[in-house]
Design a protein around this ligand. Structure first.
Ligand code: AQP
Length: 332
């Protein structure tokens, strides 16, 4: 059976990169797979969190999933900390993960920066918890943005190490699904940096909760170069900011970059940006509106998460019992 697992951290607001790189693909995949979608709140603890803000962000990410089109009845939708088996399996898997594998993780290096000794252990072992999230549900496919490719490879390595150790194919090796035109949406201020929640500049990203005026302002201020838009994709290669805006347009319109350039070749950025604002607002405004409606009833969001958490627990517990039996942990 093919099963999807994927998640997002409730750290600040979701942005266009999260939407185009992951969430929108989940919506398209939910009819073809059995899906488990998670708000990975334990991962969010790797950076400092205010309790009330974290609680709100968990509800906000849940609302974003549903507003974007995830069906909470058909799919399992829950928050990670509801299911203790995630943490338990993370510990078990950490005992099959050589430090050398974790030392290669580029995201840890980027996030820890120069002060590696000050970084917390959770940030370092984050990819093991991510592997546990996926393997706990024996997921076969994981739709993510390109930045998560290395963590997915690690999850496959850990699954393979466990399977080899016990001489059985217990865990499927999860396949990354890096889909669509915008697998890595870049910052609006710097076309060489990923659009990210943690970027200090609000102008670097479009948040899923931004209103039409804010979206317009951010796109108008987006960094570009002085040349008009080219007529080939190859000509975008040395122009990261132009490439990023064309990619965003293509992803939102459901077209290829070639098709976008066929329509806008020779145009100045001022007019291209006007079209991009219109398209972005047309695509995001209905989602934002729905999110706000959902967030007006926090009790209902909590009820959905609880129901999803109970369904996730049933599956997770069954697998955890099997894993403990394989390992030889006694269940007296
Ligand atoms: N810029 C991006 N382009 C395409 N996909 C992206 N994703 C994140 N940024 C981009 C994808 O969104 C999913 C959820 O990501 P996450 O919230 O779990 O964590 P992240 O990758 O750490 O997201 P951020 O926004 O970059 O947060 P910070 O600043 O905290 O690091 C994943 O599938 C991810 O690939």
């Amino acid at each position: 059976m093919n099963r999807i697992f994927s998640g997002m951290q409730p750290t600040r607001q979701l942005h266009l990169g999260n939407y185009l790189g992951a969430l929108r693909n989940w919506v398209a995949l939910q009819d073809q797979y059995e899906c488990v979608f998670c708000v990975v709140d334990l991962h969010a603890l790797t950076i400092s969190q205010e309790p009330e803000v974290l609680r709100n962000n968990i509800r906000e990410v849940t609302a974003a999933y549903i507003a974007a089109g995830i069906d909470p009845e058909k799919n399992i939708l829950f928050n990670q900390s509801f299911v203790p088996a995630h943490s338990e399996l993370a510990w078990i898997l950490s005992c099959y993960t050589p430090l050398g594998w974790l030392n290669r993780m580029t995201q840890f290096k980027e996030k820890a920066g120069k002060q590696k000794d000050q970084a917390n252990l959770g940030l370092y072992s984050y990819p093991v918890l991510m592997a546990a999230d996926i393997l706990l549900y024996k997921a076969t496919h994981v739709p993510v943005g390109e930045d998560q490719k290395q963590h997915l490879e690690l999850a496959r390595d850990i699954a393979g190490a466990f399977n080899r150790h016990y001489g059985q194919d217990y865990f499927p090796l999860p396949e990354p699904q890096i889909l669509g035109e915008a697998t890595r949406v870049m910052s609006l201020r710097d076309g060489r940096k990923k659009m990210s929640k943690s970027d200090e500049s609000e102008y670097s990203r479009i948040n899923m909760t931004d209103d039409a005026d804010t979206i317009a302002q951010k796109i108008r201020k987006a960094k570009t170069d002085p040349e008009p838009l080219p007529d080939t994709v190859e000509a975008l290669e040395a122009r990261p900011e132009a490439d990023n805006l064309v990619t965003i347009y293509a992803a939102l319109a459901g077209e290829t970059r070639e098709k976008v350039l066929a329509s806008f070749a020779g145009a100045q950025f001022s007019s291209f940006k006007t079209s991009l604002v219109d398209l972005s607002v047309a695509k995001l405004a209905p989602i934002t509106r729905r999110m706000n409606e959902l967030l007006a009833d926090k009790g209902e969001i909590d009820r959905l998460l609880r129901r999803g958490g109970e369904r996730a627990t049933a599956l997770a517990e069954r697998h955890l019992v099997e894993i403990k039996d394989i390992i030889g942990l006694l269940r007296p």
